[in-house]
Write a protein that binds this ligand. Structure first.
Ligand SMILES: [Zn+2]
Length: 317
């Protein structure tokens, strides 16, 4: 662990703070253990040292139908993971998500564009940022104040985690059986426009959303490269500015985040962007106009506005 930290540190990708082992655990790959007669045998040194666990009397052995996967061993427990077959076939559809500081934009041909309001999460961080700044200005070296700061940080994290838990649960429920595609974290350049602390916070929120969604639904991690720059209709790489994406080649005018979500969806399906495909994706989706009226099929795609999903109204916070 320290070696890998050192390598990244030399490249300038990590800070000077060395990693600390907080939770002692090891992951044991399937090739490193055997299972016979109700006993799990983990090799420590091949043909020399073994660790044996007798699970023959465990209640779950007769019940689980899956195949044994990786083991996780910590100081107190041994966790056995199981793999279940045939789950992937039951997908209801695929939906790709583009994440921004204030909203989460999803696209799927079946459901169209779903925009989830994240302003509440944004406000949680904003409130604590203001609180912290007020204290930091007063005195930076007083230990009592440092304790207050730590308390605020913990509260901020707890409240954000709570929101993300509820958010992911409501997404998983709303899109039951769907596979969700998320952009992998970019090391830099992600969430432009937000600075310093804010950017780190958004990054960690994004990471938490992906992790928790992974527990609650099927997920796929997508490559974020050019997802915001590429035109989802013709594939041209543009440099968009502001909330509206305009393509210099085909003239498409589309919400910037919807464009990114469509691009991610195409990546999920392994499809290249094309005019025909774009029209097909849009046809299947009967959205609503900005005025709330039913969209006219003859209208340009710009008229299609998102189905709003506000976690506040879907879950009791
Ligand atoms: Zn275009």
């Amino acid at each position: 662990m320290v070696k890998s930290w050192r390598r990244s540190y030399v490249k300038g990708e990590r800070t000077r703070v060395k990693p600390i082992v907080r939770k002692r655990f090891v992951r044991i790959k399937e090739t490193l253990y055997s299972f016979k007669d109700g006993k799990i045998r983990v090799s420590i040194k091949p043909y020399e040292e073994y660790l044996e666990f007798d699970v023959s009397k465990a209640w779950f052995l007769s019940r689980v139908k899956g195949e044994m996967g990786e083991l996780i061993l910590n100081e107190k427990y041994l966790t056995i993971t199981f793999r279940f077959k045939g789950r992937k076939d039951e997908t209801a559809g695929r939906i790709a998500w583009d994440c921004n500081e204030k909203s989460l934009d999803g696209f799927s041909p079946g459901t169209g564009w779903t925009r989830i309001d994240l302003t509440r999460l944004f406000h949680i961080h904003r409130v604590y940022e203001i609180k912290r700044r007020r204290i930091q200005r007063k005195a930076s070296k007083k230990s009592s104040l440092r304790r207050v700061l730590a308390k605020y940080s913990k509260r901020e994290k707890d409240r954000a985690d709570d929101f993300i838990h509820k958010l992911t649960t409501s997404i998983a429920r709303r899109f039951k059986g769907y596979i969700h595609g998320f952009e992998g974290l970019r090391k830099n350049g992600m969430l432009k426009g937000s600075r310093g602390h804010n950017r780190n916070v958004s990054k960690s929120d994004w990471g938490a959303i992906i992790t928790l969604m992974g527990y609650k639904a099927g997920t796929v991690i997508l490559n974020p490269k050019n997802s915001t720059k590429r035109c989802s209709r013709c594939g041209m790489i543009n440099a968009p500015k502001g909330a509206l994406y305009t393509c210099g080649k085909c003239g498409l005018r589309i919400d910037r985040q919807l464009n990114a979500a469509i691009n991610l969806y195409l990546q999920m399906e392994g499809l290249p962007s094309s005019l025909k495909l774009f029209n097909e994706l849009m046809r299947g989706w009967r959205g609503f106009t900005q005025t709330g009226e039913e969209a006219d099929e003859g209208f340009d795609e710009l008229e299609r506005s998102p189905r709003l999903m506000n976690p506040q109204s879907y879950i009791c916070l």
